[in-house]
Ligand binder design. Structure first.
Ligand code: AMP
Length: 210
């Protein structure tokens, strides 16, 4: 098992790109820390109850809480698989925890999108609560308005996708997560793709870069 880390701001398209690549390429597995956490919140587990307050405010959940979930997924992923790790690590402490897990990181790919575009992207974002597919009302609309192409479920707006929380999430991104770009660059693992060229093109560029 190898790991490819997806770096990028909220709304940069990490989940969309990783989801698409995993569905089209056998041997790629998409693991989203946000989806793991939302799953725990929906199930009402102890971790989910603890995480909810942080998530609703756009803050990061405690490192140990999300690290344990990632450890469990890493432990159960064996064989010739490349894990597309989306949303973890989110700060330097988590990057060190990932190193301590001993899971080999092949590369860290930054999906680069300026903040000015992010706000609009998140405002139009719609998500399938069942299969986690992502859409945008204008840039990536479903075939039938409000309905997931993949599984027919009714699409929702994520609770933390409101403009106020998005502002806070961007502040947290620049403060906590952006230092990871230099961290992985120093290790010779950083690649970067332009995240503004359309989903198909970003996915193709990502696959080449990783
Ligand atoms: P995402 O779906 O990646 O945008 O994550 C949604 C929310 O889940 C974030 O705003 C955080 O509250 C929480 N979260 C996701 N991944 C992490 C992480 N690695 N560390 C801390 N909090 C996280």
């Amino acid at each position: 098992m190898k790991i490819v880390i997806l770096l990028g701001a909220p709304g940069s398209g990490k989940g969309t790109v990783a989801g698409r690549l995993a569905s089209e390429n056998e041997g790629l597995k998409h693991v989203s820390s946000g989806d793991l956490l939302r799953g725990a919140v929906a199930k009402g587990t102890a971790a989910g109850v603890e995480a909810k307050g942080y998530m609703d405010k756009g803050n990061l959940v405690p490192d140990a809480l999300i690290a344990q979930m990632i450890k469990d997924v890493v432990a159960e992923t064996t064989g010739d698989v490349t894990m597309l790790l989306d949303g973890f690590p989110r700060n330097l402490a988590q990057a060190k925890i990932l190193e301590e897990m001993g899971a080999p990181v092949k590369s860290a790919v930054l999906i680069d999108v300026p903040d000015s575009i992010i706000q609009d992207r998140i405002a139009g974002r719609r998500t399938c609560p069942k299969c986690k597919a992502g859409y945008h009302v204008r840039n990536l609309p479903p075939k039938v308005e409000g309905i997931c192409d993949a599984c027919g479920e009714k699409l929702v707006i994520r609770k933390d996708d409101n403009p106020e929380t998005v502002k806070d999430r961007l502040v947290v991104y620049h403060r906590e997560t952006e230092p990871l770009i230099a961290f992985y660059r120093d290790k010779g693992l950083l690649k970067s793709v332009d995240g503004t060229i359309g989903v198909e093109n970003v996915a193709a560029a990502f696959l080449k870069a990783m």
